[in-house]
Write a new protein. Structure first.
Length: 293
């Protein structure tokens, strides 16, 4: 499969980006959010797709089950800032949504979110994942995704991650600034990949309570079964296999879905170096990631 020419990273208002997420900037910034829109946001590779699928099923699986069979997840929950021709722009896909609420995916740092989302008091679901697994997942994703820059070797990629030279910028700034936003903006649910992995039922209940949903035990069980890693991996509408810019032979999008896979990638000295740097950057004692497990 032929992938597009790899883009280069450039500084975009202080954040490293590639053109595929900035080319449609005017439309993104002027995006007109509706009060019931729900924005699912994360730094890349935090389990966004997992949570997008959960929300899609919680809202719509009873209403229109055929969505799951025929419509790829990236069309059910469009990616706001993406613009990678010949695929339709994220903003165009959102305009075509006929369901309500509209579920919208984004990786934008908090300062880039279109102002209408705040003005309309929209709800946000923010997904965070520990940085060591995030960088490993991002590395393999960069290898298989043609709209990301070349990843280079693992140790350079890891250093670049620590310096914020990644598409969507610094992981540290992303997770911290969304955490700070949550302190003043009550319509924001901040959740963790590791918690979802540890206790899916408890996290589903928390999410539903935030969204004001009360699915039956049977409905919750259906959602749990559908989004289990092995089932999602087989599900052509949810495993990103229909996205042409990705080469799943290099590395599948649904790669491992595990906590602490970083242990298979970090050397002892990389881990020590990372931990030291992490302590300096992550000063807020309330925002804790499980970097030791
Ligand atoms: P790995 O590369 O570690 O396997 P995003 O959707 O934000 O791009 O995140 C992708 C990561 O979430 C990948 O991590 C992917 O395997 C994992 N993931 C996706 N669906 C999952 C699921 N149902 N259960 C566990 N992990 C999942």
């Amino acid at each position: 499969m032929e992938l597009p020419t790899r883009p280069t990273l450039f500084d975009f208002h202080g954040v490293s980006m590639v053109k595929y997420f900035t080319d449609n900037w005017e439309n993104i910034q002027n995006f007109e959010a509706r009060p019931d829109d729900i924005l699912i946001n994360s730094y890349p590779k935090a389990g966004t797709t997992w949570v997008c699928y959960m929300l899609d099923l919680l809202y719509f699986s009873n209403m229109c089950p055929e969505r799951q069979t025929f419509v790829p997840l990236h069309e059910r929950v469009p990616f706001l800032e993406i613009s990678s021709p010949p695929r339709p722009k994220g903003t165009d896909l959102i305009d075509q949504l006929s369901t309500s609420p509209r579920l919208i995916k984004s990786h934008l740092p908090v300062q880039f979110v279109p102002k209408s989302f705040w003005e309309q008091r929209c709800r946000f679901v923010y997904v965070a994942r520990n940085p060591k697994d995030s960088v490993v997942s991002y590395y393999h994703f960069g290898r298989m995704n043609g709209i990301h820059p070349e990843v280079g070797d693992w140790s350079t990629f890891l250093q670049d991650f620590m310096e914020g030279k990644m598409v969507f910028g610094s992981w540290y700034e992303h997770v911290n600034s969304w955490w700070e936003k949550k302190q003043t903006y009550s319509n924001l649910h901040y959740m963790f990949y590791e918690d979802l992995s540890e206790n899916f039922g408890r996290e589903t209940d928390r999410l539903c309570s935030f969204l004001g949903l009360s699915p039956s035990a049977e409905e919750k069980e259906k959602v749990r079964a559908a989004v289990m890693f092995d089932n999602m991996k087989q599900d052509k509408m949810a495993n990103s296999s229909t996205i042409q810019i990705m080469n799943h032979e290099v590395s599948p999008f649904m790669r491992k879905g595990k906590v602490a896979d970083w242990k298979n990638h970090f050397t002892v000295s990389q881990n020590e170096h990372f931990d030291k740097d992490y302590k300096q950057k992550m000063k807020n004692p309330e925002l804790r990631f499980r970097t030791e497990i």
